[in-house]
Structure formats: structure tokens, C-alpha cells
Design a protein around this ligand. Structure first.
Ligand code: GSH
Ligand code: FE2
Length: 289
């Protein structure tokens, strides 16, 4: 029988992100998926209310965090993975092993110099496709799901799959595929892999954009996605999906936090080093995004 982890969602209304604590009820071992470091773009100020809420929840439930994972290099919010690791003093920060091309693309855009390694070493662990790991006694597996970005990973933990942006709620669809290295055809194929999971598998998405103003929601099942995802249910062909995805992507504006997010997230959630005057700076490349 497949194990059922406890899934504790935290919804961030500022970026429509859902972070998760995923725990094995038998051993109290846990993972944190897609944490958020708050960022106010008007003041260029980072703050930690969202991350501190996750940490408080971990402490209240007396969980031992083994993993702090990212489904991808997010382009719409800063990751709190490193902050949470520093606060808890534990947890391996992990992301998919196709991170190198993403780091190369953005290290170039942000002119991060020859001393910024683009081999993923800023993270503690790089997951390979089909890699097995565990949350306590619950078996887990990484599933490479490129499309939204070339380095997206989904994490199947017991009967729950954390798909990042590969699938949103069925009434919204999927993520955009127009970021560097994004590919609607790859997205279609990645989703076919997710559709091959048992139909009762619980699907947890990383964002909810609340279509038609409905309340925020983040949990569905593979069966529900296959039956009624508005962009990619099981009767949608690859050709049709790719055409509609690309047409929609052509209409989308850049995420509000794309510039601060990328330059922090390719560093594994570390802020840039302080400058000579002790202050930290983010860069704003002109006419690139
Ligand atoms: N308005 C949001 C949009 C963020 C965005 O582009 N989200 C990506 C995921 S990182 C996406 O796939 N959006 C799909 C869509 O808006 O249709 C923001 O500025 O943060
Ligand atoms: Fe994303």
C-alpha cells in the first residue's frame, strides 16, 4: 500500500505560491517544498514572514526536516530554502540536475562573472530523473518534468506528487513555456509521465491564480487532471496543446519579480554578496527580459 504523507500547505497571496511541508506521520521526518522569501519590489526589501511561518509550523509539530527542495528555479518569487536551512540548522537543499543551462543563461544575463560556477554546486543536492529518496519511512522519487523550464522536477512522495508549475488546478491548466529553455512540446511529454501515475495520486501545484475569482486551491488528483484540465486533459493532442500554449504565452507579461527572483534563485537562495560598502545589491539588466 502506498504511504500517505501529511501535507501542510502555505499559501502566499503576494505571489500566488503554495509552499508545502510534507511529513511522515510515523517518524515525524519532513520535507519543505518551494518556500518563499518575501520581497517588496517598491522598497527592494526582503523579509521572512512566509518562511518564518513554515519554520513555526515545523517546530510546533516537532518535525525533523531532511529535505528543502525546489521544483524549479522560480521566476516569480525568491526562494527561502537557504534562509530556512540556516534557521533550522538542518535540511538538504535540492533541485533538479538540469540546473546548469538555467544558471548559464541567467548568469550571463546578470553578468555574474567567471567566478560564478554554473554546475549547480550552490545547491546541496541535484536530483536525477527517477532518483529515489525517502521522507522517514515514506518512499519518494524525483520525476524530471521539463517544459516550463528545462530543469523542472516533480517529487512523488508516497501518494502525493508535487508538480511545481507543470500542472496547475484543472480549471487553470499548466504553466507558461516561454521562459529561456522552456518548451511546450517537452511540457506535453512531461505531463504524459505524470498522467501515468496511479489515478488516485494527489497532485499539489506550486501556484494558483484563482480563475474567475474562486478561492485559492492547490490539490487535485491525476484522475481529475486527466478528465478535466482545461489545457491538457487526456483528449488533447500534443499538436493542439503546443499551438494553444504558445499562443497564450505570446500574450503574457513577465512576472513582476522575475529580475530579483532569478538572480537569487540560481544562487540556491543566497542573496548576492555584500558590496565594498557592506550593502547587498540586485542587478537590473535593461532591455533583456
Ligand atoms: N502575475 C504573476 C504571473 C507569474 C507567472 O508568469 N507565473 C508563471 C509560473 S512561474 C505561469 O506559468 N503563469 C501562467 C499564466 O499566467 O498563465 C506575477 O507577476 O508573478
Ligand atoms: Fe514557475
Amino acid at each position: 500500500m502506498t504511504a500517505t504523507p501529511t501535507v501542510i500547505p502555505h499559501y502566499d497571496p503576494a505571489t500566488s505560491t503554495i509552499s508545502y511541508i510534507v511529513a511522515d506521520p510515523a517518524t515525524s521526518r519532513a520535507a519543505i517544498v518551494d518556500s518563499v522569501l518575501d520581497y517588496d519590489p517598491k522598497a527592494a526589501r526582503v523579509s521572512t514572514a512566509s518562511a518564518d511561518a513554515l519554520i513555526a509550523e515545523v517546530r510546533t509539530r516537532d518535525l525533523a526536516v531532511d529535505w528543502i527542495v525546489e521544483t524549479h528555479v522560480h521566476a516569480d518569487h525568491l526562494s527561502a530554502a537557504r534562509y530556512i536551512q540556516n534557521k533550522l540548522g538542518v535540511g538538504t537543499v535540492g533541485i533538479g540536475d538540469h540546473i546548469a543551462p538555467v544558471q548559464r543563461d541567467f548568469a550571463d544575463i546578470f553578468d555574474m562573472g567567471a567566478d560564478f560556477p554554473t554546475d549547480g554546486r550552490q545547491f546541496d543536492h541535484l536530483f536525477t530523473d527517477e532518483e529515489r529518496f525517502a521522507i522517514g519511512a515514506i518512499e519518494a522519487r524525483a520525476i524530471y518534468t521539463p517544459g516550463h523550464t528545462p530543469a523542472c522536477m516533480s517529487y512523488l512522495i508516497g501518494d502525493a506528487v508535487f508538480v511545481g508549475d507543470t500542472l496547475f488546478m484543472p480549471d487553470y491548466g499548466t504553466a507558461r513555456c516561454d521562459f529561456p529553455g522552456g518548451d511546450a512540446r517537452a511540457m506535453y511529454q512531461s505531463i504524459q509521465r505524470l498522467f501515468a501515475l496511479p489515478p488516485e495520486t494527489r497532485v499539489f501545484t506550486a501556484h494558483d491564480y484563482q480563475p474567475n475569482g474562486r478561492a485559492p486551491a492547490w490539490e487535485s488528483t491525476i484522475a481529475e487532471q486527466k478528465a478535466r484540465n482545461v489545457q491538457i486533459n487526456e483528449s488533447v493532442t500534443e499538436q493542439d496543446f503546443v499551438a494553444k500554449r504558445n499562443a497564450r504565452d505570446a500574450t503574457l507579461a513577465a512576472p513582476v519579480l522575475i529580475l530579483p527572483s532569478l538572480q537569487v534563485n540560481i544562487r540556491g537562495g543566497d542573496l548576492p554578496d555584500p558590496s565594498g560598502n557592506g550593502r547587498r545589491y540586485l542587478k537590473i539588466p535593461l532591455n533583456v527580459i
